[in-house]
Design a protein around this ligand. Structure first.
Ligand code: NAP
Length: 263
């Protein structure tokens, strides 16, 4: 059984999740690489992690599960425990945009249910399962400073986009989930963080390149560039390495300064 600290990263086959998995591999963690459809991409991430891992105690396996489905969340935890023997941290990253951007005056209940199911209900209840395992199992954490949970939210937690209301609501709700779990788990020695990315260059944003390129150049993002999965990965890595020992329930903005109100 491996002894490197084990991190479950949801949606780690592409984009930000991939960036997180690779940063963690570089830092000596084992990573359970969750994906929903894209097995080949997940295998590639596992291979890349193995190449850059720092010790032979680290292991990397893809694990299929739809975090929007209760039975899949259950099987995801059992499979991680079976293959890795433990869980030391959870990174709730998997998320989806609405299939189509539609004005809230017209948007459908089906789209609302789908986005909320994956982006909000999924991580809320997946976290509950992992926490139940930690509280029941009482094993010593192999990670500096105790077990940790990171939620990847979005600038959409606070920025209103009226043509994807369900996405904004899912991320605003997730931001409250961070506060709830952070309050509940502080006494248990478990830290909970919100990482809030801005406009990041991934498959999710590829269709909006034409819209964002000029806006970013004009200063919508004070640092005047797109964010990368690596930017987010390094932020998560720093949290899991225990660098923010006296912080919990806080927001880490990884957005090039987008969140600053300016006049
Ligand atoms: P992406 O490139 O579309 O990748 C999405 C990842 O999530 C893939 O690995 C996908 O797996 C997985 N996934 C999707 N639905 C899933 C489900 N039901 N169960 C399990 N895994 C699922 O997205 P991204 O841009 O990296 O976004 C990652 C997270 O960051 C999301 O929560 C998103 O809301 C958030 N975020 C993104 C941006 C941005 O600008 N890109 C900004 C702020 C926040 P498959 O490969 O198997 O499909």
């Amino acid at each position: 059984m491996n002894t490197a600290p084990v991190v479950l990263v949801t949606g780690a086959s592409r984009g930000i999740g991939r960036g997180v998995a690779v940063s963690l591999a570089e830092a000596g963690f084992s990573v359970a690489i969750n994906y929903v459809r894209n097995r080949e991409a997940a295998d590639n991430v596992a291979a890349e992690c193995r190449k850059i891992g720092k010790s032979d105690q680290q292991v990397f396996f893809p694990i299929q599960a739809d975090i929007g489905q209760s039975v899949d969340r259950e099987s995801l935890i059992s499979l991680v425990l079976k293959r890795f023997g433990r869980i030391d941290a959870l990174v709730n990253n998997a998320g989806i945009p609405p299939a189509q951007r539609v004005d809230i005056v017209e948007a459908t209940e089906e789209s609302f249910d789908e986005v909320i199911g994956v982006n909000l209900k999924g991580p809320y209840f997946l976290t509950q399962k992992v926490v139940q395992y930690w509280l029941k199992d009482k094993t010593e954490p192999a990670i500096p400073g105790g077990f940790k949970i990171v939620f990847i939210t979005s600038i959409s937690a606070e920025t209103a986009s009226t043509n994807r209301g369900e996405y904004c609501i899912s991320k605003a709700g997730l931001s409250m989930v961070v506060k709830l779990y952070a309050s509940r788990l502080a006494d248990e020695g478990i830290q909970v963080y919100e990482v809030r990315p801005g406009i990041i260059d991934t498959d999710m944003t590829s269709g909006a390149r034409g819209k964002y390129d000029p806006l970013i150049k004009q200063g919508l993002v004070p640092q005047r560039r797109w964010g990368t999965p690596d930017d987010v990965g390094k932020a998560v890595r720093s949290l899991l390495e225990g660098d923010l020992a006296y912080s919990t329930g806080c927001v880490i903005d990884v957005d090039g300064g987008f969140h600053i109100s300016r006049l």
